[in-house]
Design a protein around this ligand. Sequence first.
Ligand code: DC
Length: 213
Amino acid sequence: MIIALDGPAASGKGTLARRLAEAFNLAYLDTGSLYRATGVATLRAGGDPANEADAVRSAKALDITTFSPSDLRTEAAGVAASQVAFIPAVRAALLDFQRNFSKNPPGGKAGAVLDGRDIGTVVCPDADIKIFVEADLETRVKRRVKELQEKPGNTIEARVVRADMEARDARDKDRSVAPLKPANDAFTLDTSNMTADEAFAQAKAHIEKKLKR
Ligand code: DC
């Protein structure tokens, strides 16, 4: 079974994906971490994440095991990720890894949950379940600020987070290759007024209903 979860930054899809993977005993891949790692690797090599040659070199040489979650969850990593993700040749370089994960999930699992922007439309167009997770901008800004404030020594302001998020949303939605949009057959879940538990319960109910058909 393949579950594809797509949606904008801080929509709640990562938390939901992790919980669904646990509930249905599936492997989990956060595909945003591949783009984040490519962005961070490009910066570490002294390159420019918006430069095609620099970003493609990093994507092709990517070893995801060399990055810790704290390397990848910074605001700067998110911005660099959305820049490299804009480049079609970077997306092509990361596609095989994602498809291979979905077809041969690690740990002997019977399937996988992948979350990202183009899982239901490009990476796994035949996924059994597709969910598009949304939330309004204000809610997403509040969630991201809270997440950043939980890290020691973080002083980033809400207006900076909002500006970054708007710029990233625009880059994700307006790019020519694999833009952020719901697949035609996706179930849309707006989590703006939901707790993580409520979002999980609704997604689980949707999946169980589909599996019974
Ligand atoms: O979900 P995230 O914030 O970790 O994603 C970081 C960036 O990577 C985001 O700006 C869009 C990009 N991305 C993408 O283009 N396609 C994916 N499947 C996953 C992430």
